[in-house]
Design a protein around this ligand. Structure first.
Ligand code: SF4
Ligand code: SF4
Length: 287
């Protein structure tokens, strides 16, 4: 089962939930793989402290122009949806960071003057954290092609009983790339007006993708009841409520897992998993 932990905004405890769920599942005797797909700022490693065993580059194809063949007709610039290639006078300019590697410019060049060469946009690291298989993607600084690195991380998915995927925050392309194949999405939020606003956007996203989902409320005793009221009104199950406990914040600031530092919270994450499983068994995703 592939469970993505996502959130409409950052700072809502997504990584805390992903790492502690992975740990509690491992304690329950499941084989677990944790995929950190928050490739612009992966931080599961801070808590999992994995031993990295291998690293591999992620590349995308970018166009290169063979000057001798190019007639500066401008067609490549016209077909590029991302303004990554333009023709100025008789020169073709390419902006690699904007290029999505779609291949349209090469396909439509009437002179066959465009070739494609690989360009590194990030790396994927694989390792182990005790019994948990760990993978994280790291997007190179200044790069925009996070979906390519996220896709690379997802390709490493193994045959573990459960794959926990820490998605990037938000509801844009990288998040869609991370969660689109998940069997279940757990949406992390907090009980504040911003938390509610971004939760509504995230709910819209998973509903459009037709993925079963539930909500986890972090620091559930701050703010107001608007998030809970919204979930109740919309028939959305809240499967995890983490209190605003100073001891949790202290453990977090030391880079410690909640279920390690405060074992009493283990039951909370175990119950969360059982409720996810129950929901999923009653409403499996139709792919
Ligand atoms: S489409 Fe081909 S020939 Fe035309 S400007 Fe681009 S590279 Fe040159
Ligand atoms: S590969 Fe696609 S995105 Fe990149 S320059 Fe060509 S048309 Fe634009």
């Amino acid at each position: 089962m592939n469970v993505a932990i996502a959130s409409g905004k950052g700072g809502t405890g997504k990584t805390t939930i992903a790492t502690n769920l992975a740990l509690i599942l491992d304690d329950m005797g499941k084989t677990v793989q944790l995929l950190d797909c928050d490739v612009e700022e992966p931080n599961c490693h801070i808590f999992m402290k994995p031993k990295i065993e291998s690293s591999a580059p992620v590349t995308v194809l970018k166009p290169e122009v063979i000057k001798e063949k190019c007639t500066a007709c401008g067609i490549c610039g016209e077909v590029c949806e991302y303004s990554a290639i333009i023709v100025v006078k008789d020169s073709v300019l390419i902006f690699p960071e904007l290029c999505h590697g779609c291949g349209a410019c090469k396909m439509f060049c009437p002179e066959e003057a465009i070739i494609e060469v690989p360009r590194e946009v990030g790396i994927i690291e694989k390792g182990k954290s005790d019994g948990i298989a760990f993978v994280q993607g790291l997007l190179n600084i200044g790069e925009l092609m996070s979906p390519a690195v996220i896709g690379g991380v997802k390709k490493t998915a193994n045959a573990s009983d459960v794959i926990i995927l820490d998605a990037p925050p938000g509801t844009s392309c990288p998040v869609i790339e991370a969660v689109k194949d998940a069997d279940f999405v757990l949406l992390a939020t907090e009980p504040t007006p911003f938390g509610l606003n971004d939760l509504e956007l995230a709910v819209g996203m998973v509903r459009a993708l037709q993925i079963p989902f539930a909500v986890a409320i972090n620091r559930c005793d701050i703010g107001n009841d608007d998030v809970k009221n919204y979930c109740e009104r919309d028939g959305i199950e809240v499967v995890l409520e983490i209190p605003d406990d100073r001891k949790i914040a202290e453990a977090y600031s030391r880079g410690e897992m909640i279920v390690h530092a405060l074992p009493d919270y283990g039951a909370l994450f175990k119950s969360c998993w059982e409720r996810i499983l129950d929901r999923y068994e009653n409403e499996p995703r139709r792919k």
